[in-house]
Design a protein around this ligand. Structure first.
Ligand code: ADP
Ligand code: MG
Length: 361
């Protein structure tokens, strides 16, 4: 009875703690926070100078004595103390004006280790949140993408986020297969930096690479190779030969060449996955195709490229950046069902062999 009374006044909250972006959903209020998972600190004192988008703006242009820290790596807490302090700030903003005790549902990558899960419970306890549930992100993303996860039908979700691309197969509301690769948005930015250094002897920073990816980036398909030659962008950086600031004109084709090796590896991982799965599930996936989620799936022509390479139909979710939080929203709106379950982890066990392979990638 006491418990029921307590939850009557609880504030149900969903947290998507992404490598690139943190999104918070508060029941009956909607999405109340969407900020870069970044913090700028004064190195000597440890004081926070900026948090979230403002901190990310400083990346690559930090004044002396200031460091920008991205405390979430590959979707899990990498720097515990900084993550806790960052979340404290985000929760204060997201829950401003709310009363009651927050109950938290957090999306975690499939294959998250026991220690990584414990870090989330400890962070929650730092934030004075006593009720915490974890759910596999692919399940939340699938719900957010509108898939019916309760069907006895295998569905494949490919989530391309900031740090990792995660291939998951879901059936009967459980993750039956998970494979994670460090080949996602950040790796695309790095591939652009490396390509310009090697092919054009030209140096750029991470922020410029990210801007190029957004403006000019695309995956090469038979139909878009002509268009990519015509689109161009002039960028600023440093010529290696002179060491001086310079400009360079880039074409879409340059960026396709830069991204191609990485995109090939993602496509290869999808086809390799099929050979690891039982034939019935492979048939299901051949019938219904693959759902693409995560910000990286917004790369132009990616779905068409992956379709050409894998011969599977690829459907990008309507709101790829928000699939996880939209899924969390659906679940948070039924928090009582979650409360009445046994255990705090809402996930089916991922085969160990798959998990270790994923972590070794
Ligand atoms: P995470 O869940 O890891 O925080 P997100 O799903 O938010 O990641 O995706 C972030 C990644 O998506 C970043 O690397 C960002 O550069 C990339 N991204 C966002 N929009 C686009 C776009 N239009 N084209 C290509 N990449 C994009
Ligand atoms: Mg994500």
């Amino acid at each position: 009875m006491l418990n029921q009374l307590r939850y009557l006044f609880s504030q149900d909250v969903g947290l998507d703690l992404g490598t690139a972006t943190t999104i918070i959903y508060v029941r009956d209020k909607g999405i109340t926070l969407r900020q870069a998972s970044a913090v700028a600190i004064e190195k000597d004192s440890g004081h926070f100078i900026a948090i979230g988008n403002e901190a990310l703006e400083l990346l690559g242009r930090e004044p002396e004595g200031i460091e920008v820290i991205l405390p979430v790596r590959d979707g899990v807490i990498h720097n515990f103390e900084i993550t806790c302090r960052m979340l404290e700030h985000f929760f204060a903003k997201a829950l401003a004006g709310s009363f009651g005790h927050p109950s938290l549902l957090v999306g975690v990558p499939a294959g998250t280790t026991v220690i990584e899960r414990r870090a989330i419970y400890e962070a929650a306890s730092y934030l004075d949140i006593s009720e915490v549930f974890l759910i596999d992100e692919p399940l939340a993303a699938a719900v957010g993408a509108g898939l019916d996860i309760h069907q006895p039908h295998g569905s494949m979700v490919l989530d391309i986020g900031g740090g990792t691309a995660d291939i998951s197969v879901i059936s009967l509301a459980g993750t039956v297969y998970a494979y994670s690769m460090p080949l996602a948005g950040d790796a695309m930015d790095q591939a652009i930096i490396d390509y310009l250094r090697h092919e054009h002897a030209f140096l750029i920073g991470q922020r410029t690479a990210n801007r190029i990816k957004h403006c000019l980036g695309s995956a090469p398909t038979e139909s878009n190779s002509y268009a990519s030659k015509r689109s161009c962008l002039t960028i600023g950086g440093r010529a290696i030969s002179s060491g001086m600031p310079a400009t360079l004109e880039l074409t879409g084709e340059d960026i396709q060449k830069a991204l191609l090796p990485l995109l090939k590896k993602i496509a290869r991982a999808v086809t390799d996955t099929l050979s690891d799965l039982p034939p019935e599930i492979v048939n299901d996936i051949r019938d219904s195709g693959v759902t693409l989620t995560g910000g990286g799936s917004l790369l132009k022509n990616l779905a068409a490229y992956l379709n050409e390479e894998t011969e599977l139909s690829m459907k990008r979710a309507k709101e790829p950046l928000e699939c996880v939080v939209l899924g969390l929203q659906t679940l948070v709106d039924h928090m009582d069902t979650i409360r009445n379950r046994q255990g705090r982890d809402i996930h089916a066990s991922v085969p160990l062999s798959v998990t270790s392979r994923a972590r070794a990638a």
